[in-house]
Design a protein. Structure first.
Length: 417
C-alpha cells in the first residue's frame, strides 16, 4: 500500500475533506467567544478580574456540555448513524451560535447557549471516528485523521483574520449570526453529497477502493476475536493511559488557545484590532506539522513516539515564549511549539481507533473525547489564565507538557502504534 499523500479522486479521501470542512465550521462557532470576550468586557464594563472570570466561565461551559454529550449522547447518535447525526448537529450548532447573539444582554442566557452549543457539537468527533474507522485501513488513519483535524487548525488560523475585523466592523453579535449562517449553508450540502455511513452506500466508490477498505476491515477485525464491552473498555489499561494523555493535552492546548487573544491584548497591550495576525501566525505551522507528523507516523509506525518528541519540544518553546520580551521571539517560540505539539494531534484519534473494534469506535471515542474535554478543557483555561493574565509561574505549563511526553513514550511501549 502506498504511503504517499492521497489522490483525491478516491471517495474516502473526499469524505475526509468534507469532514475537515465540518470541523472548521464547528470550531469557528466554538472559538468566536474568545474574540468576543474583549469586546464584551468593554461593552459591559467588566473589570480585568471579571473579564478573566466570565471569560473562563463562558469557555468552560461549552466544554462541559461538549464533554457530557460525547459521553452520554454518542450511543444514541451511533444508532441514528453518522450521516444523519451530522446533519442534525450542524443544524443545531448553527442555531445555538445565533442564539448567543439574540440573548446576549442576559449573561445567564448567554451561558446557557454555550452549554447548548457544546451539547450539539459533542457527538461530532465520535461520529467522525466511526466514519474513519469504517472507511480507512489502519495504515492510512493518521493521515485521514490529520485531514479532519486540519479543520481545527484552519479555524484557529483563520478565525482571527475573519472574526477580528468582522466583529470590529459590525459588532460581535452580528458576527455570531453570520458565522452561524455560513456554517449551515456550507456544511449541510457537503454532508448530504459526500457522507455515507458505509462505503457500499455511496456512489463513486470504485471496485479497487472498496476491496482495499473491505480487506483492511477484515484484517483488523481478526485482531479482536472476543467482543469488547464498554465496561471492559473502561478497565482497559491502554484506554485509560490514552485518556490521561488526552486530558493533559487539553490542559495545555485548549488552555493556551483559549487565552491567546486576551494574552496579546492585556499582557502585551496590543489593540484588539491588531491581534489578528499575531494569533494566526503560530497556528499556520500546525498545518505543516500535522501533515509531516502524520506521514512519518503512518510510514514508520511510531505515532506515539513522535507525539512524545513533539510535547517535549513544545514544553520548552512555551516556557521560552512566555518569558521572552521581544514580540518576534514570542511569535517564533509559539510557532515552533505549535508545530511540535501537532505531532500528537496527528496520532491522537488514530491511537484510540487502533485499540478498539469497529462496533466500539464511536462510543469509545465519545468516552475518550468527553472525559478529556471535561477535565482537560475545563481545567485548561483556569490553569492558564492566572499564568497569562497575572504573571504566574510559566514553568507549570511546560512541566505539564513534559509529563505528557513521558506518558506518550509509555503509550508507544504498550500499543506499538
Amino acid at each position: 500500500m502506498s504511503l504517499a499523500w492521497p489522490v483525491l479522486q478516491e471517495r474516502r479521501w473526499q469524505l475526509a475533506l468534507v469532514l475537515c470542512v465540518t470541523f472548521f465550521v464547528g470550531y469557528l462557532d466554538r472559538l468566536n467567544i474568545s474574540f468576543a470576550v474583549p469586546l464584551m468586557a468593554v461593552e459591559f464594563g467588566w473589570s480585568a478580574e471579571q473579564t478573566r472570570d466570565y471569560g473562563s466561565l463562558l469557555m468552560g461551559l461549552f466544554y462541559a456540555g461538549y464533554g457530557l454529550a460525547n459521553i452520554f449522547l454518542t450511543p444514541l447518535a451511533a444508532r441514528f448513524g453518522p450521516r444523519r447525526s451530522l446533519l442534525v448537529i450542524v443544524t443545531l450548532w448553527s442555531l445555538f451560535t445565533a442564539m448567543g447573539a439574540w440573548v446576549s444582554q442576559w449573561l445567564m442566557l448567554l451561558m446557557a447557549t454555550r452549554v447548548l452549543l457544546g451539547l450539539s457539537e459533542g457527538v461530532h468527533v465520535p461520529m467522525v471516528s466511526q466514519l474513519i474507522k469504517t472507511w480507512f485501513p489502519r495504515e492510512e488513519r493518521a493521515r485521514a485523521n490529520s485531514i479532519f483535524v486540519s479543520g481545527l487548525f484552519l479555524a484557529v488560523i483563520l478565525s482571527p483574520l475573519l472574526l477580528v475585523p468582522l466583529m470590529s466592523w459590525i459588532g460581535w453579535r452580528t458576527g455570531f449570526i453570520l458565522i452561524a449562517l455560513f456554517g449551515a449553508l456550507v456544511s449541510l450540502p457537503l454532508v448530504l453529497r459526500f457522507v455515507h455511513d458505509r462505503p457500499s452506500q455511496g456512489d463513486g466508490v470504485g471496485e479497487a477502493e472498496l476491496d482495499l477498505i473491505t480487506n483492511g476491515q477484515a484484517e483488523e477485525a481478526a485482531e479482536y476475536p472476543d467482543a469488547l464491552t464498554i465496561r471492559q473498555l473502561l478497565r482497559l489499561p491502554r484506554f485509560l493511559l490514552l485518556g490521561l494523555i488526552g486530558i493533559v493535552n487539553n490542559v495545555v492546548a485548549l488552555g493556551m488557545s483559549s487565552w491567546l487573544p486576551t494574552y496579546f491584548t492585556n499582557s502585551r497591550g496590543i489593540p484588539f484590532e491588531e491581534i489578528a495576525w499575531l494569533v494566526a501566525i503560530p497556528y499556520t505551522f500546525s498545518l505543516l506539522g500535522i501533515g509531516v507528523w502524520a506521514t512519518l507516523g503512518d510510514r514508520y509506525n511510531i505515532r506515539a513516539l513522535l507525539g512524545a518528541v513533539g510535547f517535549s519540544g513544545a514544553g520548552v518553546m512555551i516556557y521560552l515564549g512566555l518569558q521572552a520580551e521581544a514580540l518576534w521571539l514570542v511569535l517564533g517560540c509559539f510557532s515552533l511549539g505549535v508545530f511540535l505539539i501537532s505531532a500528537f494531534n496527528a496520532c491522537e484519534f488514530a491511537m484510540i481507533q487502533r485499540i478498539v473494534p469497529l462496533q466500539l469506535a464511536a462510543p469509545a471515542m465519545g468516552i475518550y473525547n468527553g472525559c478529556t474535554t471535561i477535565i482537560g478543557g475545563g481545567l485548561g483555561p483556569f490553569i492558564v489564565s492566572p499564568i497569562i493574565g497575572s504573571g504566574g509561574p510559566v514553568w507549570i505549563i511546560s512541566a505539564i507538557a513534559l509529563v505528557n511526553a513521558a506518558l506518550l513514550v509509555l503509550a508507544w511501549r504498550v500499543i506499538r502504534y
